[in-house]
Design a protein around this ligand. Structure first.
Ligand SMILES: *[C@@H]1O[C@H](CO)[C@@H](O)[C@H](O)[C@H]1NC(C)=O
Ligand SMILES: *[C@@H]1O[C@H](CO)[C@@H](O)[C@H](O)[C@H]1NC(C)=O
Ligand SMILES: *[C@@H]1O[C@H](CO)[C@@H](O)[C@H](O)[C@H]1NC(C)=O
Length: 388
């Protein structure tokens, strides 16, 4: 009985031995591959060299506050919203004609009335979807084509493609634009991104006239939301808008306005916001430490840590980095003779931004992208040119 099974048994044994050996080799190979990979990716990483700065930049002092605010909003309690007093202005806007009792600041009753119930539900859904992504995931840089470019291309009737735009101009609003006549050069780019609804009429020679993406912060839409049909289109109503959320309560403005917009109104992914916040805080802290020689603890005294924020322009540039092969930057910078904005007389800049730190980031983009922290290794920084 045993004899016929012996060859079979030997064969099985052989198979087991061979497969064990080969899986070991595979294991060893993949392990050494990993080591090699680590070695290769870490070596040129001047990028990750200063862990003190990286850790400091990773602290979000508003995290607990924001979480609580979002929870309260989801419960219909708007009382504590408006860290920047926007709730009162939101209250005064009359597009929903909502009256709240000043003593409690609760909107829940009114929002749950049949008339507003649909808005309320949609608002909650948007808030949930948006806040679910509030975590640090730098790979979001690799998703910008899918999340932003493709919806915009679909709207423009362009063929679906996961490629990048060949060239993009990001037009900041600095008064330095008035010293040059970059209008034609700006318009020669495939895609022109403009910021916060700065007007072009009367300035075409300096800033150009074409707009493909209107990039705004949610305060802008919040103001537009009071207008008939949420009119927010100085560049034409067919121009897609991309907006980052400054305060979660602004998702109401989004809910109300999204329906009436003829072009896409896209909200930036919260992972993208968090990446931008970290990068700018890193550059700001680095600059502070290098220039003052003081400890990072004192950074918060100079830059109000609760209010500190990247500028819209910085995030628009990040968007261009993720969706374009060549990025040209115009109107970022200052000079003593120039106004803060080309289109207003505003002299002072906002204190919640650290523009110098952001300029340092842009210069790294041009000169030594390999030192820029937080960007995923898989992400290739496109070629960047600063026109000043
Ligand atoms: C950009 O906008 C211009 C002017 O509106 C338009 O002619 C052009 O087709 C747009 N480009 C893309 C790639 O959508
Ligand atoms: C916003 O409007 C667009 C177009 O009408 C629609 O496809 C999209 O689902 C809306 N977004 C939300 C969150 O309701
Ligand atoms: C990291 O940066 C901080 C702040 O600029 C500086 O004080 C510290 O010496 C740096 N550490 C290293 C290892 O370079």
């Amino acid at each position: 009985m045993k004899r016929p099974f012996r060859p079979l048994f030997s064969l099985l044994l052989l198979i087991v031995i061979v497969s064990t050996l080969s899986s070991r080799t595979v294991f060893r190979q993949s392990f050494s591959y990993l080591q090699l990979d680590n070695h290769v990716s870490l070596e040129p990483s001047v990028r990750e060299s200063n862990s003190t700065l990286l850790q400091f930049a990773a602290i979000d002092v508003n995290e607990a506050h924001d979480k609580k605010e979002i929870e309260q909003l989801l419960e219909g309690n708007f009382g504590s919203s408006g860290r920047y007093r926007s709730f009162s202005s939101w209250q005064h806007s009359n597009y929903l004609n909502i009256r709240t009792r000043a003593s409690t600041g609760r909107l829940s009753f009114q929002l749950r009335s049949p008339k507003y119930y649909k808005i309320w539900l949609e608002f909650r859904k948007s808030l949930r979807d948006w806040s679910r992504n509030k975590w640090f995931q730098p790979d979001i840089m690799l998703d910008l084509i899918d999340l932003v470019k493709r919806p915009i291309d679909r709207h423009s009737g362009l063929p679906d493609s996961n490629g990048r735009y060949a060239s993009c101009a990001v037009v900041g609003n600095s008064g330095i634009l008035l010293k040059t006549e970059y209008g034609e050069l700006i318009d020669s780019h495939d895609i022109v991104i403009r910021l916060n609804n700065a007007r072009t009429e009367g300035f075409q020679r300096n800033v150009g006239s074409k707009t493909n993406i209107s990039f705004v912060n949610s305060h802008i839409l919040h103001r537009c939301a009071r207008r008939e049909g949420c009119f927010c289109h100085p560049y034409g109503e067919k121009v897609p808008m991309v907006m980052y959320i400054c305060q979660p309560v602004h998702l109401i403005d989004y809910t109300v306005c999204n329906a009436s917009h003829k072009a896409p109104l896209l909200i930036t992914d919260a992972r993208f916001d968090i990446l931008c916040a970290r990068m700018v805080k890193y550059y700001s802290a680095k600059r502070f430490a290098e220039e003052t020689g003081k400890s990072l603890d004192e950074w918060a005294l100079v830059h109000d840590a609760n209010q500190f924020h990247y500028s819209s322009g910085m995030q628009a540039i990040m968007l261009a980095l993720g969706t374009c092969d060549r990025v040209s930057i115009f109107g970022f910078g200052k000079s003593a003779q120039a106004t803060h904005h080309y289109h207003t007389n505003q002299k002072a800049e906002l204190h919640l931004h650290d523009y110098e730190a952001e300029y340092a980031f842009y210069h790294d983009l041009v000169e030594r992208p390999q030192v820029i922290p937080f960007l995923p290794d898989k992400f290739k920084v496109p070629s960047v040119v600063i026109h000043n």
